[in-house]
Write a protein that binds this ligand. Structure first.
Ligand code: ATP
Length: 236
């Protein structure tokens, strides 16, 4: 059984149908990427899994349980955390306070302290900047903070919406390395990316979306080598 199964998902904003009959799954331990042009429906799918949007149709099962009818905090509690597009950190709170928000469901303070430690080990820059306002961080550091905040909830499945957006090439490389490392340490990952080439290079499998539909699927390698994917997404 897959860890996450999305079946025949359709989501609308009023009369705009953003996602049409989309099905895909993620097995435990995988990196799965959804790629597609602007407006293909990627963010809408992530928000629906997170419980922020309700679908018109379709099922989402996580570890065998229906999660469509759960509210967002219950989805986090079940083990799914999201890093939203555009990061959404709280600029006037310190780095440490931002991280603290990610642990809002954690009642065991010893466990929370342990999690801080793990995150500071993985992102030493966040430890160094822990008492600074988040507004003073660079774009790349803010993205690390957003990922760190999601990790505070100790997710089994991490949903990353455009983590490389707006970052310099050097930081993009670093973010992809971090994603790979998180996965190697046991976190399953759904990665949404415009940066299709790099996403497919680290993904076990990918799904290509166009105007709300799944057009193609395969392993990361197969999709990288697919002439249609190359033509549309790599401009070559
Ligand atoms: P991008 O890469 O540009 O973020 P995306 O693949 O994530 O694109 P979505 O953000 O899911 O795409 O948008 C899918 C469609 O739904 C688009 O046509 C978009 O304009 C529309 N849409 C998204 N959010 C809303 C909203 N709140 N109200 C109305 N329409 C929306």
């Amino acid at each position: 059984m897959a860890m996450l199964e999305v079946q025949n998902l359709s989501v609308s904003y009023g009369v705009i149908q953003a996602v049409k009959d989309v099905s895909f799954d993620i097995n435990e331990g995988e990196i799965v990427t959804l790629i597609g042009a602007n407006g293909a429906g990627k963010s809408t799918i992530v928000k629906t899994i997170s419980g922020l949007l309700k679908p018109q149709n379709g099922q989402i099962t996580y570890q065998g349980q229906d999660i469509v009818h759960r509210k967002a905090p219950q989805v986090v509690q079940a083990g799914i955390s999201q890093v939203a597009e555009g990061r959404h950190i709280f600029a006037e709170m310190t780095v440490k306070e931002n991280l603290q928000l990610g642990a809002f469901l954690q009642k065991d303070h010893d466990q929370t302290d342990k999690t801080y430690k793990e995150i500071f080990e993985r992102f030493p820059i966040l430890q160094k900047r822990q008492n600074q306002d988040a507004a003073t961080l660079s774009g790349g550091e803010q993205q690390m903070l957003a990922i760190g905040r999601a990790l505070m909830a100790k997710p089994k499945l991490l949903l990353l919406d455009e983590p490389s957006m707006g970052l310099s090439p050097l930081f993009i490389k670093e973010i992809f390395t971090i994603i790979k490392e998180l996965n190697e340490r046991g976190t399953t990952i759904l990665l949404i990316e415009q940066n299709a080439k790099q996403a497919l290079a680290i993904a076990d499998r990918g799904y290509v979306l166009a105007t709300g539909n799944v057009q193609l699927t395969g392993t990361g390698k197969e999709l990288l080598a697919n002439p249609e994917v190359q033509r549309v997404y790599f401009g070559g």
